[in-house]
Design a protein around this ligand. Structure first.
Ligand code: GLU
Length: 425
């Protein structure tokens, strides 16, 4: 019998509530009207589909897929697709809203969206994943579109999945439509610089924040949680700029070396070891992975999942600067203590916006039918990230709020102004 697995209950603060609490504070500081508040509070569209596919054992299994468009006020909706066993609607709603704010902070002409499929890609064969991507794409064929809603990779998906999505969408339309999705392999119209873009933006944000805090990168230590695409690129680029990366972690555990971990060696080891760091000899394994967040470092980069810095461990965080590579790694309740402790936190909607920025460049190149050099991509995305940081920093001083609330203020102000120009019914 085909069945839909129930969503497991998470022992975490609800990311949607965390997002809304910050939104409420920023809306209040900004003096946002009730009318616009109500427009921005709820997602514009929520689509839930059940996706049956034939598994390798010949049995049909039904997966739950969703796509939430939070807003298309600034332009077509944009955001990744998450494949994870515990993905749930509130999480996708929060992630979709974060995409709206993220695109607005870096001033690119997109609204926000996010997709999710509840599945465990680590336990699926390549064929099963391909069938799932294609079936999900067909189920969302009227949702996606290069001028409507443009997906991209997120946790559990990457260029391979984006290639299948682009192919399925193109077949359904009888023509090649590469601008329907970003984060594609290079040969299919992917952009140079897209793979490292999120980690690179984390690095630019960290360098900007360190300059404000007068931290010398050549004397700074750093811990990076998450050694996937975002974390490993952030670690590598920060190491290149002089920081000593003393700890990294992934699903297999946290690894520590007070002399500094050679990041290129860790990446090479991971790539030859089924994608995980288990057994890496360039560092010692910490007894619990959570210890990484509590290390005495200058810079902490949470680049894994949401809700890792919470009321339960925030007291023990010793970093001077937190740069959020992941979406929603800090819960709302932890914000207050971070601020009381005088820790600067560069929020997710600013720090990890380099990914969607280069996604935008990919879409622009697809529409131009042209290819930019890596040098052009990096120069332009670095400039956008630097300008976004400066504008959030100035706003934080003007409103006397932490960078996180300032980033929401910048974003909400932009979306609200655009909404007021466009008008409603
Ligand atoms: N999933 C990434 C994010 O959360 C990238 C989204 C995109 O490029 O559209 O920012």
């Amino acid at each position: 019998m085909a069945y839909i697995e129930p969503a497991p209950i998470k022992d975490k603060e609800n990311p949607l509530e965390s997002m809304m609490e910050r939104f409420n504070i920023a809306a209040e500081k900004l003096g946002l009207s009730d009318e616009v508040y109500n427009v921005l509070k709820n997602p514009a569209k929520q689509v839930i589909v059940s996706v049956p596919i034939t598994m390798d054992n010949g049995k049909i299994k039904v997966f739950e897929g969703m796509r939430v468009v939070h807003s298309n006020i600034l332009g077509p909706a944009k955001g990744g697709i998450r494949f994870a066993p515990d993905v749930h609607l509130d999480e996708v709603k929060a992630l979709a809203a974060w995409m709206t704010w993220k695109c607005a902070v870096v001033d690119i002409p997109y609204g926000g969206a996010k997709g999710g499929v509840r599945c465990n890609p680590r336990e699926m064969s390549q064929g099963e994943i391909e069938r799932l991507v294609r079936a999900y794409t067909l189920a969302m064929i009227n949702v996606f579109g290069p001028d409507k809603d443009i997906p991209a990779p997120d946790m559990g998906t990457g260029p391979r999945e984006m290639a299948w999505l682009m192919d399925e969408y193109s077949k359904a339309h009888g023509m090649t439509v590469n601008a329907v999705v970003t984060g594609k392999p290079l040969v299919l119209g992917g952009s140079l610089g897209r793979t490292e873009a999120t980690g690179r933006g984390v690095m630019v944000s960290a360098m900007s924040a360190m300059a404000k805090l007068k931290i010398n990168p050549f004397q700074a230590t750093c811990a990076v949680q998450g050694f996937g695409n975002v974390g490993s690129w952030a670690a590598q680029l920060l190491e290149e700029r002089g920081l000593k990366i003393i700890a990294v972690s992934d699903v297999s555990g946290a690894y520590f070396n007070d002399k500094g971990i050679a990041i290129s060696e860790a990446i090479a080891y991971r790539d030859g070891n089924g994608g995980i760091l288990e057994g890496f000899s360039g560092a010692e394994k910490l007894s619990s992975p959570g210890e990484l967040l509590e290390l005495q470092v200058d810079v902490l980069v949470p680049a894994a999942v949401e809700d890792v810095i919470t009321i339960k461990n925030v007291d023990k965080v010793k970093a001077k600067l937190i740069v959020e590579g992941a979406n929603g790694p800090t819960s709302f309740k932890a914000d207050k203590i971070i601020n009381q402790k005088g820790i600067m936190a560069v929020p997710d909607i600013l720090a990890n916006a380099g990914g969607v920025t280069v996604s935008y460049f990919e879409w622009v190149q697809n529409r131009l039918g042209y290819k930019w050099t890596a040098e052009r991509v990096n120069r332009r995305s670095d400039r956008i990230m630097k300008e976004a940081f400066d504008s959030v920093y100035v706003t934080s001083q003007k409103y006397e709020v932490p960078l996180r609330i300032a980033a929401y203020i910048v974003a909400i102000d932009k979306v609200a102004k655009t909404y007021n120009y466009r008008g409603g019914f």
